[in-house]
Design a protein around this ligand. Structure first.
Ligand SMILES: C[S@@+](CC[C@H](N)C(=O)[O-])C[C@H]1O[C@@H](n2cnc3c(N)ncnc32)[C@H](O)[C@@H]1O
Length: 194
């Protein structure tokens, strides 16, 4: 069964109802410079916010979403049908990797983050926007409880993941002054640790 993430027109319609997420996404993307890979670009909602200096690559496993991204792309980005767990680029290939609302859906998040670390050059940056497990005990219980149905309807999203911890576990150091939190939303940049 296809979920919302696999139905481009429905995903874009739902995103229109979330202007704050759109603002956070474009602010995230505007911080990317150099040779940039966007992981899980979906229908390409972030692609139009990159600066003119960016050499842009993007990957997305859903071919239909990738076709929408192609139509939206105004950066002449190189778009690839692939997953975060098997990024088809060599080591140290990028100055920056961008991920917006993706790691809630990546089946093997640890592997995907390891791949991002591999393709980032030393000193490169991961820019991430994600929603995470609720901080309150009640909120966390509710998200745990709705997760199976949510994952089914959304097409893969897990509302109760602790992606910030996964990023640190993968060996990234989060830049404290970049960290923003609002409700369950998190936005930050991170660098591969030594
Ligand atoms: C909620 S959408 C976010 C799309 C886009 N980044 C945005 O901000 O609108 C999640 C995206 O992650 C993609 N995705 C799911 N599993 C993935 C994986 N293993 N590797 C890369 N992307 C994946 C989905 O196909 C979907 O397009």
């Amino acid at each position: 069964m296809r979920g919302v993430e696999q139905i481009p027109w429905l995903y874009d319609l739902m995103m229109r109802l979330a202007p704050r997420i759109a603002r956070w996404r474009s602010e995230l993307v505007a911080g990317a410079h150099g040779r940039v890979l966007e992981v899980g670009c979906g229908t390409g909602l972030g692609l139009t916010s990159y600066g003119a200096d960016v050499e842009l690559f993007a990957l997305e496993p859903n071919f239909e979403a990738l076709c929408w991204a192609r139509r939206r792309d105004d950066h002449d980005a190189r778009l690839v049908c692939a997953t975060a767990e098997a990024i088809p680029f060599p080591d140290d290939a990028f100055d920056c990797v961008v991920s917006s609302l993706v790691f809630c859906s990546v089946p093997d998040a640890d592997r995907g983050l390891g791949e991002i670390k591999r393709v980032l050059r030393p000193g490169g940056r991961l820019l991430m926007l994600e929603h995470v497990q609720a901080r309150s005990r009640l909120g966390a219980r509710v998200l745990d409880w709705i997760q199976p149905a949510w994952t089914l309807v959304s097409g893969g999203c897990h509302p109760n993941r602790d992606t910030v911890a996964a990023v640190e576990r993968a060996g990234f150091v989060i830049e404290a002054d970049s960290f923003r939190a609002r409700g369950v939303m998190r936005r930050f940049s991170a660098r591969p640790g030594e």
